[in-house]
Design a protein around this ligand. Structure first.
Ligand SMILES: N[C@H](CCC[C@H](N)C(=O)O)C(=O)O
Length: 288
């Protein structure tokens, strides 16, 4: 199987192009184990998960993403920028504007190229956030929002603002994102019964009305260097808490780099950032 390892701000994935290489298509039940084995840094390649590039009947292409633990997610912002760059560079698309289907919905992407025709930035219309508890999903009245609500995990109480960007996010606001033991509270919240499909856990410090710091404990992958859907969720959460203004380009500082996020007046969240290659290769063997 041929693969390409890419990252979006250090959030790295092993991409399998199933359109250009049909031999990359496995049995459906094999993908979770493939992701667990490939993601393992000792016995595999090492990554935050795998991404499949597939054909689509609803969009130009389809992206599927499996976390390090083998769970399949419905969306992946950093992964979308990597897939967009890959498709453009491999001439799978002729226009810099195209659409990608995810399990969480169809997104439109624009690749911005520099004078050497290299993809410099990718902008993705991530669509509208889902704010109701029933859409996240999380426990409680499904027709209500979760805005700065108190929840107790273990002995600690946390104020959470929760929403979905196709995948579930729980956001809390702190004074300093580096002062929080995310490796301890992350799994407590991820695996809590409050979130029946688990949850990505984000901590946010609002520096001013144009900039935030954000760190993430990702569902199924743990602490990563960046999370695109999480950066989008953080801007939406801060805006509905009146800490940011809507329809402003917000600079989101993540451990792996920066993203520009804007929640526009039509309710769409736009993400702009880079995507990079790490290596190309071929698996010696898939399993065993
Ligand atoms: N762990 C996430 C999927 C990857 C999302 C993240 N890497 C991004 O860039 O959005 C989930 O299970 O919902």
């Amino acid at each position: 199987m041929k693969f390409t390892k890419m990252h979006g701000l250090g959030n790295n994935y092993i991409l399998f192009d199933q359109v250009g290489y049909p031999e990359n298509i496995l049995q459906e039940q094999d993908y979770p184990e493939l992701s667990r084995k490939i993601s393992d840094v000792n016995f595999g390649i090492g990554s935050d998960g795998i991404i499949l590039i597939c054909s689509s009947e609803k969009a130009d292409f389809k992206m599927r993403i499996f976390n390090e633990d083998g769970s399949e997610a419905k969306n992946c912002g950093n992964g979308l920028r990597c897939v967009a760059k890959f498709l453009y560079d491999n001439q799978h698309v002729t226009s810099p504007h195209f659409t990608i289907e995810t399990l969480g919905g169809i997104v439109s992407v624009v690749v911005e190229v520099d004078n050497n025709k290299d993809v410099e930035y990718v902008t993705v219309d991530m669509g509208e956030p889902k704010l109701l508890k029933g859409m996240i999903p999380m426990e409680g009245d499904p027709f209500t929002l979760t805005v700065n609500e108190s929840y107790t995990f273990g002995e600690e109480m946390y104020k959470l603002t929760c929403l979905s960007m196709g995948n579930p996010h729980a956001i809390m606001f702190v004074d300093n994102v580096h002062d929080v033991a995310l490796e301890e509270i992350g799994p407590k919240i991820e695996y809590s019964s409050v979130f029946p499909e688990r949850v990505n856990v984000g901590i946010v410090h609002v520096k001013n009305r144009k900039e935030i710091d954000y760190r993430v404990w990702e569902r199924g992958s743990g602490i990563t260097m960046a999370c695109g859907t999480g950066a989008c969720a953080s801007v939406v959460a801060a805006t509905i808490n009146n800490l940011l203004d809507q329809n402003q380009a917000i600079l989101v500082h993540l451990p792996g780099g920066n993203l520009s996020i804007r929640w526009d007046e039509q309710g769409h969240v736009w993400m702009r950032g880079e995507a990079s290659y790490i290596c190309h290769g071929e698996l010696e063997h898939v399993f065993n």
